[in-house]
Design a protein around this ligand. Sequence first.
Ligand code: AMP
Ligand code: FE
Ligand code: FE
Ligand code: ZN
Length: 281
Amino acid sequence: MRIDLHTHSRASDGSDAPAQLVCRAAREGLDVLALTDHDTVAGLAEAECALPTGLTLVPGVELSCHAGDISLHLLAYLFDPADRDIARESALLREDRVRRAQAIVDRCRDLGAPISWEGVHAIAGDGAVGRPHIAAALAEAGVVRDIEAAFGPDWIGDDGRAYIAKYTLEARRAIDLVRAAGGAPVFAHPGAETRGRIVSDDVIESLAGAGLVGLEVDHPDHDLSMRTHLRGLAGDLGLVVTGSSDYHGTRKSVRLGEYTTDPEAYEAIVAAGVGAMPVRG
Ligand code: AMP
Ligand code: FE
Ligand code: FE
Ligand code: ZN
């Protein structure tokens, strides 16, 4: 069983359409795929319609959150898709993404980059707009070499000159929202130090006490020592250990299914997520 529980489509900052993504997953021999776009479930209907025989789709979302002044991402699986609270909160997150992307574009222009909101909007299409779309515009304009370079200190990285924060949910509140909708919350890439500041183990412990179900341990942004540490912490706190690629198509170098989740861990997520069922193709 090959199980990848964290991927993005064009509904947010991935480059594959949802239908392309599920076809690619089947072609590459995956058995289970979760679609977890940033702050939106808009890609799920298309993914489900195009689901190849033999592939199971786990509906999900990756919610933009914070703990204190540190940003973090919370994966939510198998929550009730009709839940009003999650729908309202994700709509607020998406709306503020637009405000913030426009402000970042303005700042990039002030810094001399010849990009425009219209251009960024064309790249993002209907998807929840994010920094990778702005990074793509900067790369297209020849301001930076590639998307990765745009995330440096000169432009839109967390410490960058053109960085502007977006609205995020307080992490405990997000966990409450997900649990109230029958979902299973998993802390995404908790040790991704290269992307920005990370929370302490004490914060992870308090989130475990608040109803967190799992920790994403095997992830491209974690080195071996971070994985070993997080695996131990998950064991101590009784959290499920997941592994996922966080595939973004051409917007990141990781391959679909490059990191995977053990079947037992997947079963534990399915048991905890009672608001929806995985969809079998
Ligand atoms: P945003 O949600 O708009 O703040 O953008 C964050 C997204 O940018 C993440 O989900 C990643 O897809 C991407 N990202 C963050 N840091 C980097 C990086 N150093 N290189 C490439 N992509 C990144
Ligand atoms: Fe992303
Ligand atoms: Fe993330
Ligand atoms: Zn992600």
